[in-house]
Ligand binder design. Structure first.
Ligand code: A2P
Length: 337
């Protein structure tokens, strides 16, 4: 069986990567409809060796597609997802617009594939935040084995998480600074080149940023456990692709670093870097890959049920596009055939 598929945000960073991954993984597509705003309607994109015209989302009849990948920002999803869903197009949404609605499944295929069946409630499935996805892939086997009480996490997130304009800003600031020219900051609250910014998304009343609270809310929802405590600090670093995360986990009963390595070696989607000096980084390990890389696994010398680890994944791929395509594969296999 083949599917008619639309991509909302087809000219954007995540939308383009979704199309690449659909090609790579040979997702069974009959007809592909790339959608964007009126600004880019008429542009030509290449897919599976064919040239296809980008259409204006506002004029598209969503009943033509069975599956829609939405990656054009929260307000665009808020406007178009209900229309598409109503027309029978199952929406896989990359924005945070529907993630916290109780009747919308929030899915990481390696972690909670069973939740997918709830797509029938509203014909919408939410893809989690990039930082949450890679953390979930690495934590699930430990959670299942010994239970997790609390996670302290600090992220080192690349600029691609903010879309193409954020990447352009890092490149331009870097070039300007190296040639002695002034810099301008538009997408970040401070200069991002040669700097580190402890703010992603807006500040909320409790002093955390929204990006940090996404990790708190989404972890509880994906694990189906309101008692898991998450204490995050989300930081933007001048890296183009790939998010790093430093985790301090407090388990319900003690587990050794060796046992964690053994568990993670069996886990789908995880690559374990067993030796200390083989720790993964964005460049050379995670960037351009679909796996989540885990290294620096060690026992916490300050806590008898503590494990520390360093997690890296490609935020545009596993953190967004790959996870969405994996959701579509699961949907096609378990629900649409
Ligand atoms: P467009 O190229 O027409 O602006 P990125 O995350 O890389 O910044 O990309 C955002 C994506 O979302 C682009 O494909 C962009 O299309 C699309 N987009 C933004 N606003 C809208 C809108 N109001 N309607 C449809 N697509 C939109």
């Amino acid at each position: 069986q083949k599917f008619d598929v639309c991509i909302l945000g087809a000219t954007g960073l995540v939308g383009k990567t979704i199309m690449e991954i659909l090609e790579e993984r040979k997702f069974p597509i009959n007809k592909l409809y790339p959608l964007a705003s009126a600004r880019s309607a008429g542009e030509i994109i290449e897919f599976n060796g064919e040239s296809i015209e980008v259409l204006n989302a506002g004029e598209f009849d969503f009943s033509q597609a069975q599956i829609g990948f939405f990656s054009a920002g929260g307000s665009t999803s808020a406007k178009f997802a209900p229309i598409a869903a109503e027309a029978g197009c199952i929406v896989i949404d990359n924005t945070s617009e529907f993630r916290y609605d109780a009747d919308i499944p929030l899915v990481v295929p390696e972690v909670n594939p069973g939740a997918l069946a709830e797509y029938r409630n509203r014909n919408i499935i939410a893809n989690p935040n990039c930082s949450t996805i890679q953390m979930m892939v690495a934590l699930k086997p430990i959670y299942d084995s010994v239970g997790i009480n609390r996670v302290n996490v600090c992220t080192y997130q690349s600029v691609s998480g903010g879309g193409k304009e954020s990447m352009d800003e890092l490149a331009k600031q870097t070039a300007n600074l190296l040639s002695g020219k002034p810099v301008e900051s538009k997408n970040f609250s401070r200069q991002i080149a040669f700097n580190v910014i402890p703010q992603i998304d807006v500040f909320l009343d409790n002093g955390y940023t929204k990006e940090e609270m996404k990790m708190v809310w989404e972890t509880k929802k994906i694990l189906g456990d309101e008692n898991v405590l998450v204490n995050p600090t989300a930081v933007r670093v001048p890296v183009f692709y790939g998010h790093g995360e430093s985790l301090h986990i407090e388990t319900n009963s003690p587990i050794s670093a060796e046992e964690v390595k053994d568990l993670l070696e069996q886990a789908p989607g995880v690559v374990v870097c067993r030796n200390d000096e083989d720790f993964p980084t964005q460049i050379g390990d995670a960037s351009g890959k679909d796996d989540t890389f885990v290294g620096r696994i060690r026992e916490d010398i300050s806590h008898n049920c503590g494990i520390n680890m360093w997690i890296v994944a490609d935020n545009v791929r596993k953190g967004a596009a790959t996870n969405s395509v994996q959701i579509a594969e699961l949907l096609a296999k378990d629900h649409l055939s």
